[in-house]
Design a binder for this molecule. Structure first.
Ligand SMILES: [Zn+2]
Length: 123
């Protein structure tokens, strides 16, 4: 639902904003949308390291980093299906979404599905 940001960022940003990935953009409150875009900007800026290609690194402004080498250690939900949520301990969910079938990851407890909203397959 947030076009123009990468698949990793989409999962991460929706987690940080507490928005379920099935939530249609039209059903997301303006305030939450602004938060999502703000978070996306921060993540993208954080990942631009001078002299290196933009790559997924640690999210310095959003989370304490550590020295472990596994890049997924710096992610909240992406590529962590079945592992405990870093915030609440619930197993991370994942599913394939979109035409290119890349996986989206989310926490069912931190990102509850919206009630009374019909699903729109916009991405
Ligand atoms: Zn959670």
């Amino acid at each position: 639902m947030v076009a123009g940001i990468g698949n990793v960022y989409k999962s991460e940003v929706l987690f940080l904003a507490g928005v379920h990935p099935d939530t249609p953009a039209s059903a997301v409150a303006q305030e939450a949308l602004e938060r999502i875009m703000d978070l996306a900007r921060k993540l993208l800026q954080d990942n631009v390291v001078p002299g290196t290609p933009a790559a997924i690194q640690t999210y310095r402004s959003l989370r304490r980093t550590d020295r472990r080498s596994d890049p997924s250690d710096s992610l909240w939900v992406y590529s962590r299906a079945g592992q405990p949520c870093r915030r609440c301990g619930t197993a991370i969910s994942s599913k394939k979404m979109g035409l290119d079938a890349r996986a989206t990851y989310w926490c069912q407890k931190c990102q509850p599905p919206m009630k009374n909203s019909h699903r729109l397959d916009t991405d």
